[in-house]
Design a binder for this molecule. Structure first.
Ligand code: AMP
Length: 281
């Protein structure tokens, strides 16, 4: 595996691979890698000739007062994990390499960016869309792999790719979980032992919401209240939102119908965790 820190060197290497007819698979990350990231890299390894992963703790997608400075970093461990998972090129630009100052151009995706995470973190998805657009331009991947754990992020990226006619296929991969159901996340490292024990309540609530829909509940408010009640019964949990939306439009069908996504964001001490599950009626 090669580790590359500059845009010019990365481009030169990948231009050669593409000219030779090799396909490029790409996994963008913020590092502090876990098995969720590795599952994306494994799928890219299965499907592409050259696998590129990036690690950038992207300042544009953090709001004021969020955990940009505290975000966990361990490049040595990440390098070993990426190499062991079959990554060919690890792209690790610093912030100055990625962003001229000041940044005057950003990418904003309307509507799908606005509810839920967009409401809780107003500049977040513009930061995500901008860094992903830049990375697609730098890497030139045929396919890019994202985790369904960040469900709204995948929707934003897909819409950006469609609206800007970017020549890349966006692949969504299933959420990897700990044995007790907690979705793997770099931010799980913030959890105290007691918070870690409480955190699977998020997935429990989402599954309970999906189960009542499966049993015939069609009132979105009733599903939201059920999930919120389960999360609020956990003293260490602070509910940001629990919602059920149409998986494509992010609007709330009432009565519930079609391809639905149940999503929640919950604070446990310093950690703000998100998760989601799907159900079709
Ligand atoms: P992050 O480093 O948190 O920005 O995540 C990088 C990529 O890994 C994103 O596409 C995430 O959705 C994905 N990812 C994060 N956690 C998981 C997980 N538990 N299972 C699958 N993919 C994940």
């Amino acid at each position: 595996m090669k580790t590359i820190a500059t845009i010019a060197e990365l481009r030169a290497g990948l231009d050669g691979a593409r000219a030779a007819g090799r396909t490029v698979g790409f996994v963008p990350t913020m590092g502090y890698l876990h098995d969720g990231h590795a599952s994306l890299m494994r799928q890219a390894r299965d499907e592409a000739d050259v696998v590129v992963a990036s690690i950038i703790v992207n300042p544009l997608q953090f709001g004021p007062g969020e955990d940009l400075a505290a975000y966990p970093r361990d490049l040595e461990r990440d390098t070993a994990l990426a190499e062991a998972t079959g990554v060919d090129v690890l792209f690790v630009p610093d912030v100055a390499e990625m962003y001229p100052t000041p940044v005057l151009t950003t990418v904003t995706v309307a509507r799908v960016s606005e509810p839920l995470e967009g409401e809780a973190r107003p500049a977040h998805f513009a930061g995500v869309a901008t860094v992903v657009a830049k990375l697609f331009s730098i890497v030139g991947p045929c396919r890019a792999y994202f985790g369904a754990k960040d469900f709204q992020q995948v929707a934003v990226v897909r819409r950006m790719v469609r609206d800007l006619s970017l020549p890349v296929e966006v692949v969504a991969c299933p959420t990897r979980r700990e044995p007790d159901g907690l979705a793997m996340s770099s931010r799980n490292v913030y959890l105290t032992p007691a918070e870690r024990e409480a955190a699977p309540v998020v997935y429990t609530a989402l599954r309970a919401g999906a189960a009542v829909i499966g049993a015939g509940e069609r009132d979105p408010a009733a599903v939201r209240e059920l999930m919120a009640g389960i999360i609020e019964a956990e003293p260490l949990a602070g509910l940001d939102y629990a919602a059920v939306v149409d998986a494509d439009s992010f609007l709330v069908p009432d009565p519930l119908t079609g391809n639905l996504r149940l999503l929640a964001a919950v604070r446990f001490g310093r950690a703000r965790l998100i998760d989601n599950v799907g159900v079709t009626v």
